[in-house]
Ligand binder design. Structure first.
Ligand SMILES: [Zn+2]
Length: 276
């Protein structure tokens, strides 16, 4: 098995990541086609870049500089009166950074006290149901036994409908459950336990992309962490078998990839449509 390093982490495909697992959960057929190079996902890169812009700042000055060197052309204006400053989409990134950088509570949590052993971008790995899995943690305080994941989101408290819970919830709830962060943090906690033998407490520092960014330290209750990890355990072997071409990928029949393969034949009744 490959030894994971900061250099080979993203190229490595011997270990499953939570995000790759999530893609297979959404649609196996599409994820498989993307992995094989048969389908190119069209998506807006801005949210990912904005997230990495904020992340790299709190990782280290060197990481932020390297991120800007690699992505500066997409982030900084090349001409006009704002030359060298962030483009409109990324101005909010600077506000998010300021909001956290000037917050002592955040600093203590994310960077720890001076005597603490705090690791940024720590690679964790292990096995879940016999499947090799890896992850990268934003900040791990090995002295105090907790880790922190920084999440950028549209809003924390604006109310949204949650179809599964059948109630209105703060946007952060939809963000966490929708992206499966409870499973991700449950997984990371499990991998840290495999590596160190210790139980770590996971925290999310949420920061919003609103004109005046909101922020909050969120803790995911144990029941939710367990539920997220249990869901992952139920499906991970299936996903791994598909990735290794031991099992045919199933199609969701709804996503853009599946629509591109769609051929008409069977007739759908109104009742079937309602019960869909
Ligand atoms: Zn699909």
């Amino acid at each position: 098995m490959t030894t994971l390093t900061q250099e080979n982490y993203y190229e490595d495909t011997n270990y499953l990541t939570n995000s790759r697992y999530k893609r297979y959960q959404q649609c196996q057929a599409k994820a498989y086609a993307v992995d094989k190079g048969d389908w190119v996902e069209e998506r807006d890169e801005t949210p990912l870049l904005l997230g990495n812009y904020v992340h790299s700042y709190f990782e280290s000055p060197e990481a932020h500089e390297q991120f800007l060197a690699e992505n500066g052309d997409k982030i900084l204006a090349k001409t006009g009166k704002n030359k060298g400053k962030p483009k409109a989409d990324f101005v909010i990134g600077d506000k998010m950074i300021d909001s956290l950088a000037n917050d002592d509570g955040f600093g203590r949590l994310y960077h720890g006290f001076s005597e603490d052993d705090v690791q940024k971008e720590l690679i964790v790995y292990g096995e879940i149901e016999g499947v090799p899995v890896k992850g990268k943690l934003d900040s791990v305080n090995l002295t105090r036994g907790y880790f922190v994941d920084l999440k950028t989101m549209k809003s924390i408290y604006s109310e949204e409908w949650n179809a599964e819970l059948k109630q209105r919830v703060p946007a952060a709830v939809n963000n966490i459950l929708g992206f499966g962060y409870h499973g991700q943090l449950g997984l990371y906690r499990n991998l840290l336990k495999q590596m160190t033998g210790q139980e770590f407490r996971p925290y999310i520092v949420a920061v919003s992309k609103e004109t005046m960014p909101d922020k909050e330290i969120l803790e995911i209750d144990n029941d939710w962490l367990d539920e997220g990890l249990d869901q992952l355990k139920e499906n991970i072997v299936d996903v791994w078998n598909v990735i290794q071409s031991k099992q045919k990928p199933t199609a969701c029949e709804r996503c853009d990839y599946c629509r591109s393969k769609k051929k008409l034949g069977k007739v759908v009744s109104l009742t079937q449509l309602i019960n869909n």
